[in-house]
Ligand binder design. Structure first.
Ligand SMILES: [Zn+2]
Length: 116
């Protein structure tokens, strides 16, 4: 069976939903937030309260009153870094195999296991 080729090559990433990340590039640099969504096929992540954009909505029977809605715009995955819970700063993460064969993420700096 032929598999459909993705249009964007997914970059290897260890970032997952609910991770705490720091923005390392762009206008939101230095801000931290929780990952709400990972868009693997687009190499982008949506981070809570980061990269907010204003959307104008028209009044309609379904959405009720129109107005301005603020929502998060996706950031490129290379612009965020996972925050280690022990170092409490953005650090490089590596994949480590546990004695039980499971793969886990650990901080390269302190070696602490990262939950999730
Ligand atoms: Zn650490």
């Amino acid at each position: 069976m032929a598999k459909k080729k993705p249009t964007v090559k997914p970059l290897p990433t260890l970032i997952k939903k609910n991770d705490k990340v720091e923005v390392i590039a762009g206008k939101e640099k230095g801000k931290t937030g929780k990952v709400l969504r990972v868009l693997r096929d687009k190499n982008r992540v949506v981070v809570e309260k980061i990269n907010m954009i204003k959307r104008h909505t028209r009044p309609s029977p379904t959405s009720g009153q129109g107005g301005i809605v603020e929502k998060e715009a996706p950031l490129h995955i290379s612009n965020v870094m996972l925050i280690c819970g022990k170092c409490t700063e953005a650090s490089r993460i590596k994949k480590t195999q546990l004695p039980d064969g499971q793969w886990a993420r650990t901080c390269k700096k302190c070696g602490e296991l990262i939950e999730g």
